[in-house]
Design a protein around this ligand. Structure first.
Ligand SMILES: CC(C)(COP(=O)(O)OP(=O)(O)OC[C@H]1O[C@@H](n2cnc3c(N)ncnc32)[C@H](O)[C@@H]1OP(=O)(O)O)[C@@H](O)C(=O)NCCC(=O)NCCS
Length: 207
């Protein structure tokens, strides 16, 4: 069985494969996949964007990408007033923003999500990282907390979504291993059986 490797990828080249993973991991329909594919392709052209993939042979089974936060970007303009309420808007400066992180359901719980986000953020020289996640006790929220992310704002409403989000921030570098599961990574990943984990949709917006 091929080992799953985590390595930098060209986001423009892997955009369609990434959306295939995101569609099953996050529960997206064809229309939203098409919309998000355009957005990912735009993001791929932005300065400082960095992407990592979990590759099994030539097949993408997980990915993450992000970029230095820019206060003029749509996502940043939406979250800024929510952060300002708690005096946390300084997190928008000198921060690496994690835009997407998804692992195909058949490859979840193998340490790939943790490996992807730590590898992604390790490539940034910035002192902190921010992201948004559905404001529920999801696997993603547990992962982010275990890496030192804390809530900077909650009940954040993006214009095109129904579910509220939490904005989280962590100092960089992230810890590279789970203190609770010291044998978590690296290791060879084997496909898992079971139904895909369908998560609620995330915010969609222009760069
Ligand atoms: C969030 C996600 C990327 C995690 O990927 P993963 O490869 O399964 O994660 P890992 O195996 O590296 O696990 C890392 C940590 O996540 C948390 N976690 C993962 N799955 C979990 C679950 N089912 N229940 C609770 N916590 C979970 C745990 O804290 C875990 O650490 P531990 O193994 O030391 O307990 C994956 O669940 C996913 O793609 N979810 C759907 C899409 C999504 O929500 N993306 C995030 C958008 S903000």
């Amino acid at each position: 069985m091929d080992e799953v490797r985590i390595e930098p990828i060209d986001l423009a080249v892997y955009a369609a494969a990434a959306l295939d993973v995101q569609a099953v991991a996050f529960g997206l329909g064809p229309e939203e996949v098409a919309l998000r594919l355009q957005i990912v392709r735009r993001h791929a052209e932005l300065p400082g964007v960095h992407a990592v993939g979990a590759l099994k042979g030539g097949m993408l089974v997980g990915f993450g990408y992000g970029m230095p936060n820019d206060r003029t970007h749509w996502w940043s303009t939406v979250i800024e007033p929510y952060l300002a309420v708690g005096g946390n808007d300084g997190w928008l400066d000198d921060a690496f923003s994690v835009t997407e992180l998804h692992v195909h359901p058949r490859y979840q719980r193998l340490g790939l999500g943790r490996g992807l986000i730590t590898t992604l953020c390790a490539a940034s020289p910035l002192p902190q990282s921010i992201l948004s996640a559905v404001d529920r006790e999801t696997p993603a929220r547990a992962l982010y907390r275990s890496l030192g992310y804390r809530d900077l704002a909650r009940r954040v409403l993006f214009p095109n979504t129904v579910l509220p989000y939490a904005v989280m921030g962590a100092p960089l570098p992230l810890p590279t291993r789970s203190s609770r599961r010291p044998d978590a990574a690296p290791r060879e990943a084997a496909p898992r059986d079971g139904a895909p984990h369908a998560a609620p949709r995330g915010p969609v917006g222009p760069p």
